[in-house]
Design a protein around this ligand. Structure first.
Ligand SMILES: *[C@@H]1O[C@H](CO)[C@@H](O)[C@H](O)[C@H]1NC(C)=O
Ligand SMILES: *[C@@H]1O[C@H](CO)[C@@H](O)[C@H](O)[C@H]1NC(C)=O
Ligand SMILES: *[C@@H]1O[C@H](CO)[C@@H](O)[C@H](O)[C@H]1NC(C)=O
Ligand SMILES: *[C@@H]1O[C@H](CO)[C@@H](O)[C@H](O)[C@H]1NC(C)=O
Ligand SMILES: *[C@@H]1O[C@H](CO)[C@@H](O)[C@H](O)[C@H]1NC(C)=O
Ligand SMILES: *[C@@H]1O[C@H](CO)[C@@H](O)[C@H](O)[C@H]1NC(C)=O
Length: 191
């Protein structure tokens, strides 16, 4: 079903236009091109960026294990609007593709229809959360913006609660250790 949806969204790229909230004409296939350079040691968004919406993620961080240690982090979470510059209600889902790349499916919170998708470029820049039991804070670069949604370039994850790596990782191959987690995601566009 997800593949079918992405197919429809891929067709939509030609016909639908990502929303330009600001003056510059960003490219949906390379939305960070107009952004100022970012630091690789802090999670600050680009100096010329603006927050477009902030979503609350509620779900889990899923870890696979190898030799008693975390092998790869995954996630599955619902997202809902905390704040948006355009007053719209966005909802959606965070998940990982099989290849370990994270993505967001974005829905119209009023109608429940999927209106876009935001795959990310891995890995993010991270900084430790204030408490070690909480998932690290992070800044992700957006790979592309698909569908009729604002043309965002970077996503910052902060205010994490739970979700940090388990001290003991003993899930058998193909299974996850599920660590409940909530956090805030703020999506930025560049001027
Ligand atoms: C941050 O890292 C990326 C990828 O390694 C690199 O292309 C970029 O130039 C670095 N940015 C800075 C400000 O050092
Ligand atoms: C997302 O919300 C739906 C509907 O409330 C729920 O059934 C589902 O378990 C939630 N998924 C996650 C990952 O929390
Ligand atoms: C864990 O995350 C992966 C990647 O998003 C997802 O495919 C899987 O269903 C999740 N498992 C659970 C139990 O939440
Ligand atoms: C991961 O998979 C997704 C979905 O198939 C694809 O769009 C993306 O380009 C892949 N990423 C990498 C780094 O291979
Ligand atoms: C959701 O759909 C309603 C009704 O068509 C529309 O007014 C609203 O702008 C849409 N919101 C988003 C976030 O697309
Ligand atoms: C998390 O990021 C948002 C958006 O930039 C910001 O408003 C909020 O103050 C940040 N939270 C903390 C605890 O720094």
């Amino acid at each position: 079903m997800r593949a079918a949806t992405l197919c429809v969204l891929a067709l939509c790229v030609a016909a639908c236009h990502a929303r330009q909230l600001y003056a510059a004409e960003a490219d949906p296939a390379n939305p960070a091109a107009l952004c100022d350079p970012v630091s690789n040691t802090t999670i600050e968004p680009p100096a010329n960026s603006y927050p477009v919406f902030s979503l609350l993620a509620e779900g889990s961080r899923n870890y696979t294990c190898k030799d008693g240690k975390v092998d790869k982090p995954w996630a599955l979470a619902n997202i809902s609007t905390i704040w948006s510059a355009d007053g719209e209600d966005y909802t959606g889902l965070i998940y990982y593709y099989e290849n370990g790349t994270a993505a967001f499916d974005i829905y119209n919170g009023t109608t429940g229809e999927q209106i876009g998708a935001i795959p990310l470029i891995a890995p993010p820049v991270t900084q430790p959360a204030p408490s070690p039991e909480d998932l690290a804070w992070a800044r992700f670069q957006v790979k592309e913006v698909i569908g009729d949604i604002p043309l965002v370039s970077y996503v910052v994850r902060n205010e994490t609660v739970g979700g940090a790596e388990p001290a003991v990782c003993d899930a058998p191959p193909g299974e996850y250790i599920i660590v409940p987690s909530t956090f805030r995601l703020t999506y930025y566009a560049c001027e």
